[in-house]
Design a protein around this ligand. Sequence first.
Ligand SMILES: [Zn+2]
Length: 551
Amino acid sequence: MPRPTLQVETLVLLCVGLLLLAGNGPFWRAALADRSWASAASWGFAAALFVAFSAFYFAFTSLLATRLTVRPLLSVLVLCTAFASWYMDHYAIYLDRAMLRNVLATNVHEARELLVWDMVPHLLLLGVLPAALVWWPQVKQRSIGRALAIRLGWVTAALVIGTVSLLLVFADFASLMRNHREVRYLLTPGNVVAALAGNALAGVQQPAQSRLPVGEDARLGAAWQARSRPVLFVLVVGETARSQNFSLNGYGRLTNPMLAQRDVISYPNATACGTSTEVSLPCMFSPFGRARYDEAKIRTHESVLHVLARAGFKVLWRDNQSGCKGVCDGLPAEQLDHAKVEALCAEGQCLDEVLLHGMEGIARDNQGNLLVVMHQLGSHGPAYFKRYPAVFKQFAPACENENLRGCSAAEIMNAYDNSLLYTDFFLSRVIDFLEHSQKQYDTAMLYVSDHGESLGEGGLYLHGMPYAIAPEVQTRVPLVMWLSPGLRASFSINQECLRKNAGNPLSHDKLFHSLLGVLDVQTRAYDPALDLFAPCRPAPVVTVIGPQNAH
Ligand SMILES: [Zn+2]
């Protein structure tokens, strides 16, 4: 068949039409939800949206499309759309900046898990095939002056047609945007392009320089004067564990058999700062938190780890995941996910026990106070079944398919719960280690997950929903604490009081102040109202100089 000759504009128009029709299932379902197809108004609304978005996509793409760039440009857009639409369709995710950062920050191994065989037919049909077809027609050659004039005419017409179409259904469109603002994150590939541009802009605004100081006046408080031993504090940052599936918090299945036998305190009503690692991790270590959430401020300021380091703690970040997201900038860190520890690591990935590997030596060789953050791989999906060794395959049959849609709800839950069983075991091993270290240190462990997970409830999977509309399973996280008797005594912490208050709601926002509080680090950045421990410690001792003190 002879190759047809098309104008650049025709090629772009055909392509954006295809993208909107074939690559935007989730957008159309969300935008047209609750509408009856029997009514002509619904058809009118759908047609107006289609014409408007085609026109705007066309106008935008036309700014970059020349005879030479049009085909590579359209190929990239088509492939992006095919990828994005598969994920949005399968996991009911919204592609906003945080989600895209999540995807881009995912390490290679996790990315490989996300590339599921089931997506291949979808990618071939909606991505590779149209991307190849773009190269088939010949593109009409024109003089520059003529090309510019024609393009200007097309773009102007597109903007006018797009605007008029939207105005025709403006009341409906405005109410959609007011009630379901998040549908804009479903409009592909605009969502991908906007997220990329937004992230690039944010990157330009704050070059990776040293962070603005927080708590410059930090120093060890009065409780330190009387103590004879240093402190070893382990903070475990969990991954994708949700509060609802912890038996410590009332879950029907015994997912915490080991922790249940320890003297731990579990906080069933803790909420995360975000629904993704990229948001939660920087936020939970920052003084700003969700209450005063400001992404730019969080990223440009020091974290509580820097404050503790300034007060004299040796801080060490040990990571079995995708890094500390800037929280430990300039502090000692060990990336262990590619360690070569026999029985724990295989195929370039390690089980979370690797985080304990070598800790005996670190504890022994250290003289002063030590805070170790262990960043787990936890229950990172969708391959929950890869997060635990075979002995933890207790809930069966477990989903062993990386495409969760290939498993039943029960199988997915089984695999997820098995991964929590392994976290339960890992945390009890951390406590074992801290119990053994009591000869040298006063010790404690605080465990908290970064965010929860959807396991098919309401058709949702994974996490990363925009916070305002995220279901509770994504925002409620387990928080578990273990304090050695030595640490409690030396910091005058009343464990029964903590236990009594454990049912109160709390959030990641308390982590910053609670760490400073429990370790008695004094700084103006500290707010006792956000310190979990403050109500369970005697009021600060005020030294009265007077007759009582005179001898
Ligand atoms: Zn996470």
